[in-house]
Design a protein around this ligand. Structure first.
Ligand code: ADP
Length: 474
């Protein structure tokens, strides 16, 4: 189809000779008959008749040759134009038309070519449209898809497939799948699925560049025999991570609940075993039972608060809140506790009143928790200062609230982790002070729910500053 028109040039000679010989078949018997007729009927001398034959024969042969050449040329021209159009069709160009001509047969051929071409154009456009649709569908899937032929060579990969496995090669089509995804496990599943009709698969760990856990299913592509395989993978890393976090949380919570319960149980058993009679022991043990049940109560309340906040059942309704009012409420609640422990609790208001975009209740909860921690982790004689401001009202509509203490401080390595659930720098000290290890994670969730951020800066032995950034109300 794609050879040049020059290759059909020999056809010109063939067509010429066919035409010329056809004329010859008519002319030669006529010429012979004319010569014989003029010799015998008209009694023309044989020599003259032969000269006449030579002259007229020569002229006739020349005329025949010209007519045969012109005819042959026209036929060949038409064939060349058909050939050209077919050649263009093979290259996907469907808009060339065969020029009109007066030879009916070739005209019919040209017409049927044109019709075939139009049909082919529609079909090819349909095919391209469905291929584009398929590509769009595949690329918008969250699951990664790789299709391979029976030789495990890649037929297609969608965007998610490239990202999840990951496939860096920009032209993966035609390359063996085991060369693109270096996983013996995946290669095994693909090989297996090419031999059996049942799908295979499981979990696949991808280590680099981003560690992921994929859930993979490989199924044979149906055909008279298995024609290839299709790999479908979904990223379940997040699911597994959440499961692990949940398991850790349940284990931590059970452990935290078990400790005070065990203590209460031991006290009660000792009292029942006879210690009840001893007034001094009885009071001490009952005090322990009281302390531990209070700890249990705090723990359960914190757990319930955390669950409620995390489930995001009630999102805080943000509105302008006067920070000074909330700080005053919290300071009043905690000032006695601070004074009892021999420390100062002071607030340092800005020159102009500041209003923050928040909800009163969670904002109080945040400040209560931070002040309570500051009191817990500051030694007698220390100072706790609460200050708030809008650092730059023109460029940054944020309100910054700081709770600063002169307490024990937090080692650098622990600073990033203290907002995690149950994370404590000094477990024993936190328990002794009635901590549950949940306060800061509750604070962090509440701040985030109100669209803010929280950070800490601290120096061991010098003190800590917790900074809450929330939207400032204009
Ligand atoms: P806890 O109930 O133990 O106080 P939190 O979640 O409130 O739990 O705090 C987590 C840990 O962060 C604490 O156990 C403590 O080690 C550390 N921490 C929190 N606030 C302070 C602070 N103001 N000064 C020093 N350490 C602190």
């Amino acid at each position: 189809m794609t050879e040049s028109p020059a290759e059909i040039k020999p056809a010109l000679a063939r067509f010429f000779w066919i035409q010329f010989l056809s004329f010859g078949l008519v002319f030669v018997p006529l010429a012979v008959a004319a010569v014989l007729w003029s010799i015998f009927a008209l009694e023309v001398p044989t020599a003259n008749a032969l000269v006449g034959l030579a002259v007229f024969g020569g002229v006739a042969l020349a005329a025949m040759a010209v007519v045969a050449y012109v005819n042959a040329r026209r036929i060949v021209n038409r064939l060349e134009s058909v050939h050209n159009v077919v050649g263009q069709m093979a290259k996907g160009e469907f808009d060339k038309r065969i020029p009109a001509a007066n030879r009916q047969q070739i005209e019919d051929l040209a017409a049927s070519f044109d019709q075939t071409q139009r049909l082919l154009k529609v079909r090819v456009e349909d095919l391209e449209a469905s291929r584009n649709q398929l590509r769009t569908v595949l690329d918008s899937m969250v699951e990664g898809v790789i299709a391979v032929d029976r030789d495990q060579k890649v037929l297609l990969v969608n965007e998610a497939g490239r990202r999840l496995f990951p496939i860096q090669d920009l032209a993966p089509v035609g390359r063996p799948v085991w060369e693109l995804v270096r996983s013996p496990q995946l290669a095994n599943w693909v090989a297996q699925s090419l031999l059996q009709s049942e799908p295979v698969g499981g979990e696949l760990e991808i280590k680099a560049p981003v560690p992921r856990i994929l859930s993979v299913r490989v199924a044979g592509l149906p055909g008279p025999t298995i024609a290839g395989a299709i790999v479908v993978a979904s990223d379940i890393s997040q699911l597994r991570r959440l499961e692990r976090v949940r398991q850790e949380f349940v284990a931590n919570a059970s452990h935290e609940l078990k400790t005070p319960l065990a203590s209460i149980k031991a006290c009660v058993e000792t009292l029942l075993d006879g210690a009840l009679e001893d007034a001094e022991i009885r009071v001490r043990f009952l005090q322990t039972v009281n302390e531990q049940s209070e700890r249990l109560d705090r723990l359960i309340r914190d757990l319930l608060a955390l669950t409620r906040i995390e489930s995001e059942a009630e999102r805080p309704a943000l509105h302008p809140v006067d920070v000074a009012e909330i700080v005053a409420l919290c300071v009043n609640r905690q000032i006695r506790n601070a004074e009892r422990k021999g420390m100062q609790l002071v607030s340092a208001p800005p020159a102009a009143p500041v209003r923050v975009l928040a909800d009163e209740e969670p904002l109080e909860q945040i400040l209560d928790n931070l002040i309570d921690n500051a009191i817990k982790y500051t030694n007698s004689g220390g100072t706790i200062t609460i200050r708030w401001e809008v650092p730059d009202a023109r460029t940054d509509a944020r309100c910054r609230i700081e709770v600063e203490d002169t307490g024990i401080g937090i080692p650098q390595a622990h600073q990033v982790r203290i907002f995690e659930r149950f994370y404590r720098v000094d477990r024993a000290r936190s328990r002794e002070l009635g901590g549950t290890g949940l306060g800061l994670s509750i604070v962090k969730h509440l701040v985030q729910q109100m669209g803010g951020t929280i950070s800490v800066s601290s120096r061991l032995g010098k003190g800590s500053t917790f900074t809450v950034d929330l939207g400032a109300a204009s």
